[in-house]
Unconditional design. Structure first.
Length: 149
């Protein structure tokens, strides 16, 4: 049976496509995994910021909560329970309406004392594998600041 020139070209094209796929598949797989790593970093950063926000939301509920630094830190830690190695630091500070800093509760320091609470969160992200040119661990942080009502 004589296939002629057309049959030979088709069978060579099929083999060439398989070789091209075999060469490009590992590259595409590595790119896919790297995109997954960057998405995990993004998720981790969002989780850190959400934990900081949860701590601040606890603090702005009342003046008593604004002074409860341990409670704000615990609220942040509870929200970020799925983050390994999460650290939270809460603080409270006061400003006058003109932006100058004052000690909180100082009588007569300014007519309109504004109380702010801040929670800073931090954690270390670890990649799934060692990638050339990328660090194995990345220190990330989150921050939230709100005015106490």
């Amino acid at each position: 049976m004589n296939l002629g020139a057309r049959g030979t070209i088709r069978s060579l094209s099929r083999g060439q496509s398989a070789v091209e796929l075999a060469l490009i598949a590992p590259v595409l797989l590595v790119l896919l995994v790297l995109v997954g790593e960057f998405l995990r970093i993004y998720y981790f950063t969002i989780a850190l910021n959400n934990a900081a926000r949860a701590g601040v939301q606890y603090g702005i509920n009342s003046p008593a909560n604004a002074a409860d630094l341990q409670g704000m830190q615990q609220a942040a830690l509870n929200d970020g329970a799925d983050i390994n190695g999460l650290h939270a630091v809460a603080s409270e500070y006061c400003q006058c309406s003109d932006g100058s800093s004052v000690s909180c509760g100082t009588a007569g320091a300014c007519a309109d004392e504004r109380v702010y609470v801040e929670v800073d969160t931090s954690g270390t992200f670890y990649t799934l594998a060692d990638w050339p040119g990328f660090p194995r661990s990345i220190a990330l942080s989150g921050k939230a600041i709100m005015r106490e009502q």
